[in-house]
Design a protein around this ligand. Sequence first.
Ligand code: C2E
Ligand code: CA
Ligand code: CA
Length: 249
Amino acid sequence: MESALSRALQEQRIEVYFQPIYSVREGRIIAAEALARLNDPQLGFVPPDEFIRVAERTGDIMEVGRQVVSQVCAFIAKEHPEQKGVHRISINLSPMQCMNDQLAAELSDIIDRYGVPFERINFEITESSIEDHYLIRKQMLTLKERGADFSLDDFGTGTSNLVRLLDLPIGFVKFDRNLVNSYFKGDANFLPDLVRMFQKARVLIVTEGVETAKMLGNLAAMGCDYIQGYYFSKPVPISRSEERFSRNA
Ligand code: C2E
Ligand code: CA
Ligand code: CA
C-alpha cells in the first residue's frame, strides 16, 4: 500500500472527486467537497480512509494535500464552477498538515499559482487538527484574511471544548454522519439544540450523510443551512462534475 501510494503520487495519479453540497435557502447546489481517490493498477480502488491513514504515517500526506489543492485550483481556473452557482470547493486538511507553520504560505502559493480567488476555497479541519491551538489559529487567520473560509469537519465525533473551538475563525460546522444517523434513530434528541447553539454563534451548519427526502425535510425544518449526502449525489469524478453542476440551473 505504501509503495502504491508513493507511485501514485510520483505519477500524479491521485484523483479528485467532487460531492455537491445543497443550500436549503437557495434550493440548489452551491458548493462541493473535494475527496481524494486512489485507483491502483494492482490493488484496485483503495478507500481514502485507508490511504490517508498510510499517508499520515509516512508523511506523504503533505504531497497528497498539494496534489489535491492543485487539482481543485486547476478545475476552478478552467471550469469556473461559480458561473454555474457552485461558489466554493471544500478541501480536507489532515491533522498533520495543520501542524505545519508554513501551511498558510504553502497553500497560498498553490492557489496564487492558478490565479484562483481565495473566496472560492473552503478548508475542512477536524478537532484532531487543533493539537496546537495557537499555531492552527494563526495559519487559519492568514488564509481567512485572503478570503478563504473554514469548516469544522466531523463535528460530534470529538470531545473538544466548544468555547475553544468557537475561538477559531470557522464559518461552517459539519455535523458528522454518525451524529445525524443517531438523531434519526432517536438517540441524539439534542440535535435541534446544537443547531440553535451554532445559529447563535453565527456558524452555518452543513449536515453530512443525508440519504433520504425525509432526512432532508427534517434537517431543513430544524434550521440546518446546507445538506450533503447520497440523496443529492455521491462523489463524482472531476470530469463528470462539470456536467453535474450544469444540471443546477
Ligand atoms: P469526510 O471528510 O467526512 O468525507 C465525507 C465522506 O462521507 C466521504 O467518504 C463521502 O463519500 C461519504 N459520504 C458522503 N455522503 C454520504 C452518504 O449520504 N452516505 C454515506 N454512507 N457516506 C457518505 P470518502 O470519500 O470515502 O472519504 C473518507 C474520508 O477520507 C473523508 O471523510 C476524509 O476524512 C478523508 N479524505 C478524503 N479525501 C481527502 C483529502 O483529500 N485529504 C484528506 N486529508 N483527507 C481526505
Ligand atoms: Ca470532509
Ligand atoms: Ca466529515
